[in-house]
Write a protein that binds this ligand. Sequence first.
Ligand SMILES: [Mn+2]
Length: 459
Amino acid sequence: MANTQNKTKFLEDLSNAVDQFIDRSFTHVITISHNDADGISCLHIIQNLLYKMHLNYDYFIYNRSVSWENYLNGILSSRQTDKNAFIFTDVGSNLKELIPIIKNRKEIFFILDHHEVEDEIHIDELPENLFFINPTIYGYDGLEHIAGATLTHMFAKQVKPSIIKYGWLTVIGIAGDSLKPMDKLQSFNREVYEELLEEDLIEDKEGLILFGSMHESIKNGLKYSILPFLSQFGGESDQKITSFLSSLPINPRTNLIDLNQSEVELIQKKADFNSFGHFAILPHKLGLLRFTFEHALLLNILCFKNISAALSIIQLKSATRYAKGIYSEYIQNLSRNLRILSNEIPHHETEKAIFMEVKGKIPPSSWSDTASFSAVNELFNPKKVLFLGGPEKKSGTIKLSIRCSRNYLDNNKNRGVNKIITSIKKELGGVGGGHKLAGGIRLSNPSYNILKKRADEFI
Ligand SMILES: [Mn+2]
């Protein structure tokens, strides 16, 4: 894959797909999107577009737990026509699996994805009914430069410019995938973010960043921040944090976003951390949902607990009591899990890998997020790759969340998690995929045992 960015070629692919989408005047469109905040944001952008175009549409959510063949078997109809289209958003880069299915169909497929393509595929040899738009094949980074929602936004806006007014959805996708303060956005994510600011669709603010709890008091902010995870406060008692703040003195009940500049500086100096930056606000929403990082996180949580609640809450102005309850339970658990993980020793370690078997300590629904947030907070040796997981009852397999740090990528010629997953699958089977920094795989028990013994060969 190319290492230098080829913006012209990428934008050519995009424009070509847009033209085809407009010209072919479809009668029915099915969207398939990923089960996370970015995927749900993409789905809503596309649904708004299809609604405005007066097209009939359906949607499905793909969670990567089954192969594309099995998944699509339940969706592809026996009646085929080129007047029907599929749009895949934030999923669909498993070309080796998808091409054999697509080339035998009459429908037209649009894949808008920012996950890396795992297989060696010649892009000029794609089936004629497939329009594959993926900026990673032109040297862009799917996490740093362009979220799934950013790509979907660019597509939808080119089809119908008025779609820009749903741009707040895009920022939720960006916040959910990039896990970064907004001043750190790059490339297309930055371009789209600035465009949305100019249109007054979102607000940009500057202040103390304690992601996970931006809507809270400073006391809860310090206690429940997951980015950064503050080891001296995370999951600690109220009393400890209250007395720290009172000694400054700062009222612990002050809203985090209402702290003035000197208070913010004082907290950072006395607690010895640095987390100042920009965050985005959705002006038309209230409470937790005003804050894009927290909004995205809530969607990510609900995608696991209750997908229909995730799909509906993105349309609401304020979070339901049910959702708020789930959110605070989650954030309390995650800060506790990060505390556990930062104190725990690895269960198996090789030269390049750390295995953490967390069944019984951390609930399976939290594995992925605990792994992600321990990686972004560098709670484990950033020179190694983290395999976090254990047996999953529901699938009868070993489910692993695999993570590495930016630091690791820089030192390993950008050979990241997705490549590691590809080489594991090649030899040991299993289903999964991901980005450079994050991915997941489900393996049989025997395969897992081999992986543990020979991890360094796959890395
Ligand atoms: Mn995504």
